[in-house]
Design a protein around this ligand. Structure first.
Ligand code: BGC
Length: 497
């Protein structure tokens, strides 16, 4: 009988683990009586994660239905998806001029950016950005500390403006604030944080207006700038992509977390009665990470969810987004190791550390096409201290592929659900014309297999003819410029420069 000590060390996902950490170190005993072989576990995993066309269609239908339910009347949270009205009712036109800043908080990094806009002819005259990683302790600390850190980064960046950038006399520098967490927006420049996601657990922000939090921190820094637009990263991506291509109708983020937004008719938003939109439209942030209807889930998903800081929440996100794919794989491998000596007699201790296999690691393993899967072997060894044989490496790759295929295919079904809802409500808005879905995020950008599964799923669901109308485009870092553009189109000063 072999004995493993599951050492729960601190990782980048510390807050996610807080419940586990409170537990004492546990002893994992491997039973002498062999119960389930890796092949049997793999077969069951493939069955549980399968995404045949009828299932994908059901998911797309359920996504459409939950979107509609979420737009229904009442103060919410009601049934269906959060479907957050963003108060963005006019997308940038290209006429925007002047200097604008963007501040982007949404994952482990925060970015600051400035852009000098030159109107229709000159468009983006100059742009510059800086990126700072957020110290781990700030993700679990007090609200003021996090906002002070952001404001001081912004102050430092703003103090280094070179001659290419100039603000019109008498004006404050305006900011588009990309805040990529579920926020109940109350106007274009204010919104209350509903909850943290993606492993953040900062105390004292939920229930507060995040723009007020930033303003207070800027005041403490003596920084006199003005937030003119509060935007989600999906919304910033839509605005940024639409600036160059007017056919963009939907934007999707597939990175650490996930979300999608789209252009909705005001008449289809019963929950927003008092707002008058000059365009008759508004961008809705679906917060589709909260979706959960009819997903093919496994025991590994349920265990990961139960150990998370937000059990029962963000189930779609936990199935398709970058923060979680590697962790699901690790949980499957641990079960194979515990049940039937995958990786030798004892369970490799490091493999018991939650989040030790990040999604970038499983992605790198899947790019190994060598005969002996050398790279898979060295990654398993470097990241999890695992010594492996060729047959074991092959099993690992099959597990990765199963989880990534499910994630990519379901993301594709979600996209089709949005397109379907838009087309059902306004015939011709998507089909019979060119409609662009702009996607950003490291998972989509850097994981070729995930991207291919997503594209296959969209194509399979739409069929060849309809998929000719739908263009899926990668928009890199569009959300920063998008947020600056939204600050410009919602500037407190008039647009006459
Ligand atoms: C958040 C969304 C965000 C998405 C992508 C999710 O966890 O709830 O607001 O857009 O991550 O960053």
């Amino acid at each position: 009988m072999s004995v493993t000590v599951a050492a729960l060390t601190s990782t980048a996902m510390g807050s996610f683990l807080s419940r586990s950490r409170r537990r004492k170190l546990t002893m994992t005993l491997r039973s002498d009586t062999v119960s389930v072989t890796p092949t049997e576990i793999l077969t069951k995993l493939k069955r549980d994660c399968a995404t045949p066309l009828p299932l994908l269609q059901q998911v797309a239908n359920a996504m459409s239905a939950d979107m509609r339910a979420g737009l229904g009347p009442g103060p919410g949270p009601g049934p269906g998806l959060p479907m957050i009205p963003t108060y963005v009712d006019n997308l940038p036109t290209g006429n925007e001029k002047g200097l604008f800043y963007a501040l982007d908080l949404g994952g482990t990094n925060f970015r600051v950016l400035r852009v000098q806009l030159g109107g229709k002819d000159e468009r983006v005259i100059a742009t510059e950005f800086d990126q700072v990683s957020i110290p781990q302790h700030l993700m679990f600390g007090a609200s003021e500390e996090l906002f002070d850190f952001i404001a001081s980064g912004l102050a430092k960046f703003a103090s280094n403006e070179d001659g290419r950038f100039h603000v019109s006399p008498g004006r404050k520098r305006e900011i588009g604030f990309t805040f990529s967490f579920p926020v109940k927006q109350t106007s274009i420049d204010s919104g209350i944080l509903v909850k943290w996601t993606k492993g953040f657990a900062v105390s004292g922000t939920v229930g507060r207006d995040v723009v007020a939090c930033l303003n207070e921190a800027m005041e403490r820094q003596g920084l006199d700038m003005r937030v003119s637009a509060l935007v989600n990263d999906a919304v910033g991506t839509l605005a940024g992509a639409e600036y160059w291509d007017n056919d963009v109708m939907v934007a999707v983020i597939l990175g650490t977390g996930t979300n999608a937004c789209y252009v909705e008719q005001m008449s289809a938003i019963p929950k927003l009665t008092e707002h008058v939109s000059s365009s008759g439209k508004m961008i809705i942030s679906t917060e589709w990470g909260a979706f959960s209807n009819g997903l093919p889930l496994t025991e590994f998903d349920r265990e990961m969810d139960a150990a998370s800081i937000n059990p029962g929440e963000q189930i779609f996100e936990k199935t398709i987004a970058g923060m979680y794919l590697g962790e699901i794989v690790r949980r499957v491998l641990i079960k194979m190791a515990e049940e039937d000596a995958l990786f030798g007699k004892s369970v490799p201790p490091n493999l018991s550390t939650p989040f030790i296999l990040g999604t970038p690691v499983i992605c790198a393993m899947q790019q190994d096409y060598s005969g002996d899967l050398h790279r898979v072997g060295s990654l398993l060894y470097d990241k999890a201290g695992v010594e492996s044989k060729l047959s074991e490496r092959k099993t690992v790759l099959e597990v990765c592929d199963t989880i990534v295929k499910r994630g990519g295919s379901l993301a594709g079904a979600g996209i089709v659900g949005i397109l379907q809802k838009m087309e059902e409500d306004s015939k011709g808005v998507i089909l019979g014309r060119r409609s662009v879905v702009a996607i950003d995020g490291g998972l989509y950008e850097n994981y070729p297999q995930y991207r291919a599964y997503l594209l296959d799923s969209v194509k399979e669901l739409l069929g060849t003819e309809k998929s000719n109308d739908v263009v899926i485009e990668h928009t890199k870092d569009g959300s920063g410029i998008g947020a600056a553009l939204l600050a410009a189109s919602n500037s407190i000063y008039n647009q006459d420069f």
